[in-house]
Design a protein around this ligand. Structure first.
Ligand code: PLP
Ligand code: ZN
Length: 423
């Protein structure tokens, strides 16, 4: 069976339609800004898949939605288990912010410990489909770790370009998975432009976010999961940390697919959270200009995964927020850092700064009236705390050291004295 469920691409800027075969990555009329959207034949899909069939699926990964992805039904998929991450009820977080219901979706549980595995898994399938042996990407760290891991799982070679300032744990992942790592002595934005040229010159498969149109397709699977995990309902809001905007655009696409299939009746409001030091999309949203208008900023934030001076998926992200009646807001690095232990202590999920930004954003959105007191909210926790322990450790104080005494009872007494407030 061919990919007859995929109609082709639509350019988000000019509305031009292209067939899959006619285009590599971007709209030829719009260069790097010509971000394409994959179009599906929903009538055909409805004859192949139903919510009841999905509910019976025993595929506990993103590939339970293979029929809704731009791949051949028989295409081999990587062996690592990506997606179908848990959605936990978080009643104590809900109480802290004064909402009736909050859930957290722990995408740090993916094989390379971030949401990026959803996109990289699809990249690896498409690279194999076109016979590429080398896959490449620019990344702030997690997309590259995901690509390195997924490539390793199927024996492809990965070449990655990351800013020199990426957290050590992420660079360790790239190297341990055997990727060829090039540290760019510059920003993610510089690495992005370099990678486009390198891939073009050497004929490598390019996974760059918001350049490769399939990345939002991989990421949309999280929206399907939220819907299934809530027994076929949608929450009122989904809070998404935003760097390039690909996750937010992907979540929007996933819910739009469900609406087009007639499986849901409304879209949840999407709340995009950026760091104050990397808030080009918040500014574009606040200005209210036309889609496509964005001003590059000099991005600096502790949340390295959302540090993007020129958010590459700004068109899909801005459309996602506007079309769902959502909002964009910025939070400070201090708010992001202090969210890490709050989320960990109230849910048991330890997340990296960028992921904790979604909780900081929830607090800000409730305070500013962007989320009202009745709403039921899902927070996307997009990456594991083990990705960046240096930042996490800034939020806690050093533990006490105890010197064992000659008599054990004396040491026990010293423990009691140290933990005085427990007694
Ligand atoms: C990449 C990433 C984000 C932001 O995703 P974009 O698609 O760049 O907006 C958020 N959190 C984590 C942990 C990430 O790795
Ligand atoms: Zn175009």
């Amino acid at each position: 069976m061919a990919m007859d469920h995929v109609i082709g691409y639509l350019c988000r800027l000019c509305g031009a339609a292209h067939t899959l075969e006619a285009v590599d990555y971007i709209c030829p009329c719009h260069g790097i800004e010509g971000i394409l959207d994959v179009q599906y034949d929903y009538d055909l899909l409805r004859t192949r898949l139903t919510p009841a069939l999905l509910a019976e699926s025993r595929e506990m990964s993103m590939w339970r939605y293979k029929a809704l992805l731009p791949v051949h039904p028989e295409a081999p998929v990587p062996p690592l288990r990506v997606g179908w991450t848990p959605l936990y009820a978080a009643p104590r977080l809900a109480a802290l912010v004064g909402l009736p219901q909050v859930w957290v979706k722990d995408d740090g549980l993916n094989p390379t410990a971030s949401f990026k595995d959803r996109a990289s898994a699809l990249a690896v399938v498409k690279a194999q489909e076109c016979g590429s042996k080398v896959v490449t990407t620019a990344s702030t760290g997690n997309a590259a770790a995901a690509l390195a891991g997924l490539a390793a799982s199927v024996g492809l070679t990965a070449v990655i370009f990351v800013p020199k300032s990426a957290p050590a744990a992420k660079i360790a992942q790239h190297l341990i998975y055997g990727a060829h790592v090039i540290l760019v002595d510059g920003t993610y934005d510089a690495a992005f432009e370099l990678t486009v040229e390198v891939a073009r010159t050497f004929g490598w498969y390019n996974r760059n976010t918001a350049y490769n149109p399939f990345m939002s397709e991989g990421k949309k699977t999280a929206a399907y999961e939220i819907w299934e995990q809530l027994d076929g309902r949608v929450p009122d809001c989904v809070v998404v940390p935003v760097g390039d905007g690909c996750i937010l655009g992907g979540i929007h696409k996933g819910f739009k697919d469900l609406l087009a299939l007639g499986w849901i009746e409304r879209l949840p409001r999407l709340i995009g959270v950026q760091a104050e030091g990397s808030s080009a999309l918040v500014q574009a949203y606040t200005c209210g200009g036309p889609l496509g208008q964005i001003e590059r900023v000099d991005a600096v934030t502790v949340a390295d995964s959302i540090c993007a001076g020129l958010p590459r998926d700004h068109i899909k992200a801005l459309a996602g927020v506007r079309e769902t009646g959502g909002a964009f807001l910025a939070v400070s690095d201090a708010e992001i850092l202090s969210a890490i232990p709050v989320v960990a202590r109230n849910t048991g999920v330890f997340c990296e700064p960028a992921a904790a930004a979604s909780y900081a954003g929830l607090v800000g959105a409730v305070e500013r009236g962007l989320i009202d007191r009745e709403e039921r909210v899902v927070l996307l926790l997009t990456g594991s705390g083990l990705k960046d322990i240096t930042s996490a450790m800034r939020t806690v104080s050093a533990p006490p050291v105890i010197m064992p005494h000659a008599r054990l009872a004396d040491t026990v007494a010293a423990v009691r004295a140290t933990l005085a407030d427990l007694f």
